[in-house]
Design a protein around this ligand. Structure first.
Ligand SMILES: N[C@@H](CCC[C@H](N)C(=O)O)C(=O)O
Length: 262
């Protein structure tokens, strides 16, 4: 048994356990351990867990696991939180380039407002499923417009879509969206958590791009998104079905640190 220091961060209520794994001590394939640490009753509790690791050519590497213990694809809010963690550790300054599951990301920290701007990958394909949209913003997303989102059965309907014949094997994150003011209100069922989370960064990004296509927005766009845990902003440049200069912006905050033994 050894004692390990962990850090807890949250971005718009999407919460993560982070370990500084620059010494390589955290066993990456231990699915049971990650699941136990993320468990809200038997562990620390979180939507996901991340390892900050050394990698050649970049400031650090982000390794992301969903709460079910499986290593995942890109997590947008996790990306913003691990940048805040890297700055708190003194590894990076106001800007950084780091490696994640979907490639390199550039991020800027706006310290005065506790706001982190994270550059996402380009998106070049958006598919349709009836009136819903399917796209990959680093993780796969399904975007469906609904009426009366506050009372909408997000977990039940999200689970039905995530486990239908099309998505059962690989899974999909399901975002329900309703127009609100000059932006959108979004609630997301996340694969790998298999529940609704308070925010999903790649999901908010997917919603902004899908709604830009629906509304025929070309060129630069800026979309405010309200989620249960706070506010996010997505900026992008659209040329036909190609989205470039996609930025996910929002808060990322240290919550607490502690020690755990296993
Ligand atoms: N919460 C994340 C998304 C995490 C990945 C997702 N659960 C998946 O497995 O696709 C975000 O902020 O993007």
């Amino acid at each position: 048994m050894n004692t390990h220091t962990f850090y807890k961060y949250q971005g718009a209520g999407n919460d993560f356990i982070i370990f500084d794994n620059r010494n390589g001590g955290f066993e990456r394939n231990n699915v049971d351990l990650v699941r136990r640490l993320c468990d809200r009753r038997f562990g620390i509790g979180a939507d996901g867990l991340m390892l900050l690791q050394n990698v050649d050519g970049y400031d650090f590497e982000m390794i992301y696991f969903n709460a079910d213990g499986r290593e995942g694809s890109m997590c947008g809010n996790g990306g913003r939180c691990i940048v805040a963690f890297a700055q708190d550790l003194g590894i990076v300054g106001a800007e950084t380039d780091f490696l994640a599951a979907d490639g390199v990301h550039h991020a800027k920290v706006h310290t005065m407002v506790g706001w982190i701007s994270l550059k996402m990958g380009d998106v070049t394909a958006i598919e349709r499923d009836g009136d819903a949209y399917i796209l990959n913003t680093g993780s796969p997303h399904y975007v469906k417009q609904v009426v009366g989102l506050d009372a909408y059965p997000v977990v039940e309907s999200g689970r039905d879509i995530r486990y239908n014949d099309t998505f059962r094997k690989e899974g999909v994150n399901v975002n329900f969206v309703e127009a609100e003011g000059n932006g959108y209100y979004v609630r997301t069922y996340e694969r790998g958590v298999e529940d609704e989370t308070l925010a999903c960064g790649t999901g908010a990004t997917a919603v902004a791009l899908a709604m830009a296509r629906l509304n025929g927005i070309e060129g630069f766009g800026e979309t405010p998104i309200r989620v249960a845990g706070g506010k996010l902003t997505i900026r992008f440049n659209r040329t036909a079905d190609r989205f470039t200069e996609v930025f996910l912006e929002g808060p990322a905050e240290f919550v607490f640190k502690g020690e755990i033994t296993w």
